[in-house]
Design a binder for this molecule. Sequence first.
Ligand SMILES: Nc1ncnc2c1ncn2[C@@H]1O[C@H](COP(=O)(O)OP(=O)(O)OP(=O)(O)O)[C@@H](O)[C@H]1O
Ligand SMILES: [Mg+2]
Length: 333
Amino acid sequence: METIVEAQNLRKTYRRADGTSIEAVKGVRLAIRRGEIFSLLGPNGAGKTTTISMISGLVAPTEGDAVIGGHSITKQPMAAKRLMGFVPQEIALYPDLSARQNLLFFGRMYGLGGKALSRRVDELLAFMELHERRNDRVDTFSGGMKRRVNIAVGLLHKPQLIYMDEPTVGIDPQSRRRILDTVKQLRDEDGMTVLYTTHLMEEAQELSDRVGIMDHGEIIAMGTQSELTQQVGEEDRLEFTVVGAAAEGTPARVRDEVALVTRVLYDAPEQAGDGSGESASGRLTVFAEQGRTALPLIIQALHSAGLEVQSVAVREPDLEAVFLALTGRELRD
Ligand SMILES: Nc1ncnc2c1ncn2[C@@H]1O[C@H](COP(=O)(O)OP(=O)(O)OP(=O)(O)O)[C@@H](O)[C@H]1O
Ligand SMILES: [Mg+2]
């Protein structure tokens, strides 16, 4: 399949005011195919915004390049940028203008005008379900509505490719639903390519044809969801909330007692600081083949180790499991 975006060993080192520097992106290579939804999934500070900013020409790479539809973003930025729309993580709108006025303004900046522009603006207001509020000032909008205007801005010039940087953070469920549906519609109905960033596994899972998992400035795994989950094997992940103080050897003991268990991670409870002697709850993550079969045996093992199980969730292999397996940490910290 045809590649529309190719990142070639992108690196970014930021210099801080105090003279120290931080390597935000450490040699990212990726190829996005025409017509797919590609997600960059990673926790806060992973380097998602820096990567997307370099690919869109907003931030100059310290090293490397990105080629968009055959045009180098560093050497032919105008030609490359014509193909792309960009929806930044931060909202960039004029608060005292209406939704419609904002779109007309940005449309003129793209060199659009006349009837063609006002038709396009009305089409996008309807598409983003903002039509009824089109003449209201943007500063009266909810965060989710502002984001939807922002997305409409990114689509004005009918780009082949759109970048969306965490477009659902901190917004109402209805706007979020509309945005996720929009992303799929853009691919399915308009054949657009979407580069989407998120720290939410559920979003990456719902949307993506392929996913790049990012951590500490690097893409640590990339592929379709089934390719990624196959990397961690067919194990289920059992997430327990437990009460009681686990002894040091508890994880090992559970693993030894239950043959189906391969790994146990334990988050010790915060020490209850009020001296009341009440034990706080801790979290235990157990990896097991056939999690449901192993469950009663694990509960029994925990019980004999002096831990009471408060809740348990059995999860089949997912992107969270991939991240956990590769980093030893959870995505949502
Ligand atoms: N302009 C800057 N100057 C200095 N450091 C920066 C700058 N922009 C980002 N960083 C640092 O680079 C690293 C990567 O940041 P980046 O914003 O790309 O991550 P992110 O994955 O988008 O995170 P988030 O989920 O918080 O948006 C972080 O450690 C961040 O503090
Ligand atoms: Mg970011």
